[in-house]
Design a protein around this ligand. Structure first.
Ligand SMILES: Nc1ncnc2c1ncn2[C@@H]1O[C@H](COP(=O)(O)OP(=O)(O)OP(=O)(O)O)[C@@H](O)[C@H]1O
Length: 526
């Protein structure tokens, strides 16, 4: 799934991989040539015998840095192009899913998409070039001394295969142990930050901060423990590289290779061993990325499924004229709704009442297709409710989100509309007057989660948004909550008049609304 997104950029990725390979080869070549130069120079030959090696050392030293730079540029260019597609699909999927609100889930979503980037630039590209460099090093050593090549291959099998396998296992175990602890930490941090004022007001801040500190200490202790083992693997790799270099030296001597070449092979082994360590870090990173990548893949898969279904709902099917939205004997286990039936036709005005927690908001969720009933059916005309259903049914739901943006952006949510449409919706919700009073008018910023608004202004803003986007069946969950009774009555009247031929289903606790003659049908849940 992820790799299919890489396909359009394969040429760039291949180019970056080749540049990485050349940079690594230049590194090993530099060490080997410099060693040859030092050993040969010790014999004080004429300087002309050293000229080529001197130039080669300079060229390799400069070339290595240059190649590394260009490789980073090319790799990131390719991968950033690739993850633009991943991000677009992930965000599109999120917009069709129920709201994700916990701090852990939100921070995970951002870092999960970054995992795709890491998979390419920190795992796939470096591991591929390191593996090829190791193979080339063994091949070249074999041409000089087969016994030394055997030693080198053995050492590289340990540092490039066995230890990475061990490190990957440890990293997976580490991820499994750390993930829940980090999740708790993130939730505690978000709660502390968001609830700071309330915690202080109720004198609970110190207790919460102490609990978060205990969680941080537990996390740090597990991290220390696991890091110790990871460092042990690193130490083992370093020892193996040293031992391999010693074995190569002895093997080269036993093959009666010249002293200079023996030195070159030994230092070349150290340089190749360094390169093989890339496989160790790539294996670790790969193990860490498994879970985030699985989540991104699942998210993208959901999006592709939804996008297909969404395009199955042609615009023409969203009119209520010839259809009705029908709920038949619907129950939602554990959420109060039990055996409810309701038929909504064009122009209907229905009010849903009942005590708190009886399932009124849940019923609106069922009508909107966001809550799946455990039994019963929801139909649109002769067929099922389209998925997503926002073209036919939607509106104002409990805890509607307010974004850290301007009033206008919060109202339109990016949907193109004329100033008249915008003003009409705002007027009907009782918001227009307030907007006109603001120095910045429609550009007034509402603050994070609408903190710069009063409860009533927030309510009018989300109501105006529901009206601007109103589909044929308009659902309004306590639309006048937070407004004083006189304003509440006026707003409800103007909202119902704005709705025109649309069907309107209102959930309310206000007796004035329940008894209003504007509603033909009262559905009482109990
Ligand atoms: N997302 C949810 N997951 C599980 N249970 C939920 C969820 N939302 C609400 N509930 C439960 O479902 C029941 C009905 O909740 P609902 O919000 O539909 O009631 P309501 O009649 O709208 O209440 P109120 O008048 O207080 O807004 C409650 O017992 C509530 O605890």
């Amino acid at each position: 799934m992820i790799w299919s997104l890489a396909r359009p950029h394969w040429a760039r990725l291949l180019g970056a991989g080749l540049l990485g390979l050349l940079a690594e080869l230049a590194g090993v070549g530099l060490m080997a040539t410099a060693t040859w130069l030092l050993i040969t120079a010790a014999g004080q030959p004429p300087i002309t015998a050293l000229t080529v090696a001197i130039v080669a050392v300079r060229a390799l030293a400069i070339g290595r840095g240059g190649l590394r730079y260009v490789e980073r540029l090319a790799g990131h260019d390719a991968v950033l192009r690739m993850i633009t597609g991943v991000r677009a699909q992930a965000f599109s999927s999120l917009s069709t899913q129920p709201a994700v609100r916990t701090g852990d889930a939100l921070s995970r979503l951002v870092s999960d998409v970054d995992a795709v980037q890491d998979l390419v630039v920190r795992v796939a590209l470096p591991a591929a070039s390191a593996a090829v460099v190791c193979l080339i090093a063994v091949g070249v050593t074999g041409l000089i001394s087969p016994a030394a090549a055997l030693m080198l291959a053995g050492g590289l099998l340990i540092t490039g295969v066995a230890l990475p396998w061990l490190a990957a296992r440890l990293a997976s175990r580490q991820a499994a142990r750390l993930a829940p602890l980090r999740a708790e930490m993130a939730i505690a941090t978000v709660d502390l930050a968001h609830g700071a004022a309330d915690l202080a007001a109720f004198g609970a801040r110190d207790a919460h901060a102490a609990a978060a500190s205990r969680q941080a200490a537990a996390l740090a202790s597990v991290e220390r423990n696991l890091s110790r083992r990871a460092f042990a693997i690193d130490a083992l790799a370093a020892i193996t590289i040293g031992a391999t270099a010693a074995a190569v030296l002895l093997a080269a001597q036993s093959d009666q290779i010249s002293g200079t070449l023996t030195g070159v092979l030994t230092v070349g082994t150290l340089a190749t061993g360094e390169v093989s360590l890339i496989l160790l870090s790539a294996a670790r990173k790969n193990a860490e990325l498994t879970t985030p990548l699985a989540r991104v893949t699942a998210l993208i898969r959901v999006d592709q499924g939804k996008t297909r279904r969404e395009s199955d709902t042609p615009d023409g099917e969203s009119s209520l004229d010839q259809r009705e939205l029908r709920v038949t004997d619907v129950s939602v286990a554990g959420r109060g709704v039990s055996g409810v039936s309701l038929c909504v036709r064009a122009g209907d005005r229905i009010v849903v009442v009942g005590p708190s927690g009886v399932g009124k908001s849940t019923l609106l969720g069922v009508l909107a297709g966001t809550v799946a009933p455990t039994s019963g059916s929801v139909t649109w005309g002769d067929g099922p409710l389209p998925s997503p259903a926002h073209r036919v049914v939607g509106g104002l739901f409990a805890d509607a989100a307010v974004f850290h943006a301007s009033v206008e952006e919060n109202l339109t949510l990016g949907r193109p509309c004329t100033p008249t449409e915008r003003d009409d919706a705002a007027r009907a919700a009782g918001l227009l007057e307030w907007v006109a009073e603001q120095p910045d008018g429609w550009r007034t910023l509402v603050g994070e989660d609408g903190t710069a608004l009063s409860g009533g202004q927030r309510q009018r803003l989300t109501l105006a948004r529901a009206l601007l986007h109103a589909p044929p069946v308009l659902l309004l969950d306590e639309p006048t909550e937070g407004l004083d009774p006189a304003h509440a009555d006026a707003v409800l009247r103007s909202v119902l008049s704005f709705a025109g031929d649309r069907a309107v289903v209102v959930v309310t606790h206000r007796t004035a609304e329940r008894d209003s003659s504007a509603f033909q049908q009262v559905l009482t849940l109990s």
